[in-house]
Write a protein that binds this ligand. Structure first.
Ligand code: ADP
Ligand code: ASP
Ligand code: MG
Length: 403
């Protein structure tokens, strides 16, 4: 059972989470809780670090951010004990969550979890810090924003749990972010493939890495609300089965956390794109969309998008390689948003892309970049038009909730 930041935002909520865990343990289940930092603690810690330096050491940043979750596990274990049940807390390092050494977005390579299993046999509720692990050398790492979801799924796989429940402040996965699309409806079942595309295109309700893990290890995720009654079903994320209806479009997502980088005057010859994107890759920049314009007099422009959080890594990478390749200039545009439609049925239905473009055109929205996968179409538009675009697409693809 994983509880995110809003579910453990204060002592009162921690006590309620404790009661919920105890109720489940009393029903006969072995219970492991994975928790996030309380409320906005992670954001506050990042803010403090940035007051000291705009680009603090990544090792020290991970050292700092991992403290957020460590506070929650200790308090939650105390809350469970205060309500009369036995509990023990562990950091990611203590439960043997071993990661690679890429600070701030480390990948889990192995989970030992022997201490979790041992504590469960002693009938304790085990409380584990999400979002963190350690390298083989014992350095503390974090798994990237939203990483507690990944801890929960990875741990569920590691201990072969019967179920993996992810609790947040929404009752499940919706056809669009309910905060901006009031007519969004809850989805009962969704396949890993669709959920992966949704998470990758901005549906923050589950982190992308967690869905990838779930798919690779066949962990069924039950995404539900910590504020709803325990018998209320949320959304089940699982492998596709023939009874699942392939909706043409299941969801509309948006992401305002990316930036567009344009490199101008790039010599148009073999190997240039390889050099640029190889350098970006070595700097651990997650490049998303890429577009290269038709060349004019042997020079071309290359645009790509990357998370805003990776901007300083983009800058260092480009400073190095642009001189080598002889490009003229580059610039960053942060005022962009990506809106996407996702649906497994898209594979077999022509005309979906055209309907998306027409809907955006009718709203007076200009499309800057486009990318597609077999079950997703994404457009880069101006950031201030994102919410209107989501609502218009939600209506155009018949997703609006009917009372
Ligand atoms: P937690 O802090 O518990 O991990 P998050 O804030 O990460 O929770 O995720 C829940 C939030 O995800 C919701 O409040 C909602 O605004 C947002 N969200 C974005 N897209 C969707 C979607 N398609 N369905 C449900 N929630 C979504
Ligand atoms: N506390 C971390 C974050 O805010 C991890 C998580 O909540 O999943 O990103
Ligand atoms: Mg989250």
């Amino acid at each position: 059972m994983k509880f995110g930041g809003t579910s453990v935002a204060d002592i009162d909520r921690l006590n309620r989470v404790a009661a919920r865990l105890i109720e489940r343990a009393k029903s006969g289940d072995d219970v492991v809780a994975v928790v996030s930092a309380m409320g906005k603690v992670t954001d506050d810690l990042i803010e403090q670090a940035q007051q000291i330096s705009p680009s603090p050491s990544k090792r020290e940043l991970d050292m700092l951010l991992s403290t957020g979750e460590q506070v929650t596990i200790a308090l939650l274990a105390m809350a469970i004990q205060a309500q009369g049940y036995d509990a023990i807390s562990f950091t990611g390092s203590q439960v043997g969550i071993v990661t690679d050494a890429v600070y701030s977005k480390a990948k889990i390579v192995r989970i030992d979890a022997a201490c979790v299993l041992a504590a469960l046999t002693q009938k304790k509720i085990v409380v584990v810090a999400g979002f963190q692990g350690r390298t083989v050398d014992g350095q503390i790492t974090t798994l990237g924003r939203g990483g507690s979801d990944t801890t929960a799924v990875a741990l569920a796989a590691g201990i072969k749990a019967d179920s993996c429940e992810i609790y947040s402040d929404v009752t499940g996965v919706f056809s669009a972010d309910p905060r901006i699309a009031p007519k969004a409806h809850k989805i009962d079942y969704i396949s890993y493939e669709e959920m992966l595309e949704m998470a990758a295109s901005g549906a923050g309700v589950l982190s992308m890495r967690s869905v990838e893990f779930a798919r690779n290890y066949d962990v069924v995720i039950h995404c539900r609300s910590s504020f709803a009654p325990p018998d209320q079903m949320g959304t089940i994320v699982k492998g596709e089965d023939p009874s699942m209806e392939d909706a043409v479009v299941s969801a509309v997502t948006h992401d305002t956390g990316e930036a567009k980088i344009t490199i101008r005057g790039v010599p148009d010859r073999p190997g240039i794109a390889a050099t640029v994107f190889d350098t970006l890759g070595q700097n651990n920049v997650n490049v998303d969309m890429i577009i290269q314009n038709v060349s004019d007099a042997g020079l071309t422009d290359i645009s790509f998008t990357a998370p805003e959080a990776d901007i300083s890594a983009v800058s260092s990478a480009l400073e190095v390689c642009l001189k080598d390749i002889g490009a003229r200039t580059w610039n960053i545009d942060k005022d962009i948003a990506k809106v996407s439609i996702v649906g497994a049925g898209m594979k077999t239905h022509p005309g979906i892309t055209a309907r998306m473009f027409k809907t955006l055109a009718d709203e007076g929205i200009n499309i800057d970049l486009i990318s597609t996968s077999p079950i997703r179409v994404s457009c880069i538009i101006a950031a201030d038009q994102a919410e209107g675009a989501v609502r218009a697409l939600h209506t155009a693809f018949d997703l609006d909730f009917e009372e």
